[in-house]
Design a protein around this ligand. Structure first.
Ligand SMILES: Nc1nc2c(ncn2[C@@H]2O[C@H](COP(=O)(O)OP(=O)(O)OP(=O)(O)O)[C@@H](O)[C@H]2O)c(=O)[nH]1
Ligand SMILES: [Mg+2]
Length: 441
């Protein structure tokens, strides 16, 4: 997510922060580079122009020029401007437990509507009083209904579908009627996509909107399609006004142009982002956190939230103590590895940690297969070896390699990584480091 932009900003601001004093000339030069970076990230050119004009006007202000840390001040201005660009308020979805809430999904073919329906349902189900149901309003592809049924089954979330009915309005009416006599109080309507916007599809969506009067309409867009996604969002919004955007496939989008432009073009915020194919790969979109991520300040808040949801805090505290006393062992390492795996793909997690993005991340990529090797190696150690890694000498290394079906190089590498991780975690558990990561100005 935003990897290339982060790298570009990193080098631009490094230069800028290096100057003791700033003048109009070096600000102008940096702004030229920021402009190029944004354009390369596929941000709409009009938005880039406004962005640069506003940042430049603020950056050459006397307060910045006179400040002791002008470079940092400019970064701060860019940071604020990025937040403004993506929407300065967090969009909050309110669901009511005493009525049937309705969410309607719209978007082009393959944008991720059906998958996002399931992700949303699973997400909202966490609220105790909300019982979601998925409604299959894509009647054009038989496989579409089946896809929704499979997702519903996987999540144990009910699905309303009628393979024989081709009239979307009738389906929607029946789904609502059926829910009135059940405990379902959130209906999520999956609709059909088309390759391009066409009148028939728009009419069907408009009719459905009229009938449902949905609480929320979300436009689902594939982030990888960049400015195309933005243009289509505008057309959809002009024709059937939606409330917010779900940007999918952010995991595969290194540029981020859609995420940065869509709010300014449609005046509708990005509400969620899809970060993978799994149901749990959905994140709320927080403009401030995204701006942090783009500027390489990591996204500690999202990371902490993910960690809190998946990591046993008591264990974590015990671990922090062990780290401080330098008693971290391979048994701890294994349990950490297992906990971290629960949180999702490693490279995504690492990207959220300050200082771990850009170039630093390239060497840190952790292959999920590699984790299996690591587990096998640790399982082949004796309990004593796990507790005292320093005792693992040459002949023990041979035995472990054989026992785990790996090679001596694998074992050596792991022992080295273990020491590195110990150091990194020690640093990471230090409150000074965390503060520095979160408040870089
Ligand atoms: N990597 C990644 N893949 C995603 C994400 N969201 C959806 N996909 C994949 O994108 C493909 C299309 O997703 P669907 O949910 O079927 O898209 P749709 O909009 O319902 O498509 P139609 O019903 O044909 O209009 C599937 O293979 C999904 O697994 C995401 O956030 N990340
Ligand atoms: Mg679909």
């Amino acid at each position: 997510m935003f990897n290339s932009l982060t790298e570009r900003f990193d080098s631009i601001f490094r230069k800028l922060k290096g100057h003791g004093k700033l003048n109009e000339q070096n600000i102008k030069e940096s702004m030229r580079e920021v402009r190029r970076a944004l354009l390369e990230a596929d941000v709409n050119f009009k938005i880039v122009k406004t962005f640069i004009n506003e940042v430049s006007a603020k950056a050459v202000g006397t307060e910045v020029m006179k400040s002791l840390t002008p470079g940092h001040q400019v970064v701060k201005i860019v940071h604020n401007q990025l937040i403004d660009l993506m929407g300065s308020k967090n969009f909050k979805i309110k669901l009511h437990d005493n009525k049937i809430n309705k969410i309607m999904m719209v978007g082009l073919q393959g944008s991720g509507k059906t998958t996002s329906c399931a992700k949303l349902a699973s997400n909202f189900r966490k609220q105790q009083s909300i019982n979601p149901k998925l409604v299959a309003c894509d009647v054009y592809r038989p496989a579409a209904i089946q896809q929704l049924r499979v997702l519903g089954k996987q999540l144990s979330i009910p699905v309303y579908a009628d393979e024989k009915q081709k009239n979307v309005i009738k389906i929607a009416k029946k789904a609502i009627k059926e829910s009135e006599n059940s405990d379902s109080n959130l209906l999520i309507f999956d609709t059909a996509g088309r390759l391009h916007i066409d009148e028939r599809m728009m009419k069907e969506l408009k009719d459905l909107k009229k009938l449902l009067k949905p609480d929320y309409i979300f436009f689902v867009a594939d982030a990888m399609t960049g400015q195309d996604a933005v243009n289509i969002a505008k057309e959809f919004n002009d024709q059937i006004e939606f409330d917010g955007v779900i940007l999918t496939k952010m995991d595969s989008d290194a540029r981020g142009g859609a995420a940065l432009s869509i709010k300014a073009v449609t005046d509708k915020p990005v509400v969620f982002v899809g970060t993978g194919e799994k149901i749990s790969d959905l994140e709320e979109f927080h403009p401030d956190r995204m701006a942090n991520r783009i500027l390489g300040m990591g996204d500690m808040l999202s990371f902490i939230e993910k960690a809190e949801a998946n990591i046993d805090m008591e264990e974590a505290q015990k671990l922090a103590k062990k780290l401080q006393k330098n008693q971290f062992t391979f048994t701890d390492f294994l349990s950490q590895l297992q906990q971290i795996q629960k949180m999702g793909p490693m490279d995504q997690l690492l990207g959220m940690i300050p200082g771990m993005n850009g170039k630093a991340m390239k060497g840190m990529k952790v292959d999920e297969k590699e984790i299996k090797h690591i587990e096998a190696i640790i399982f082949s150690m004796t309990p004593m070896e796990r507790e005292k890694p320093l005792s693992i000498n040459g002949s023990r290394r041979h035995r472990i390699a054989k026992g785990s079906g790996t090679s001596i190089q694998h074992v050596n590498r792991l022992l080295k990584q273990f020491e590195q991780m110990k150091k990194m975690m020690k640093q990471f558990s230090n409150p000074k480091f965390m503060n520095k990561g979160m408040l870089p100005f």
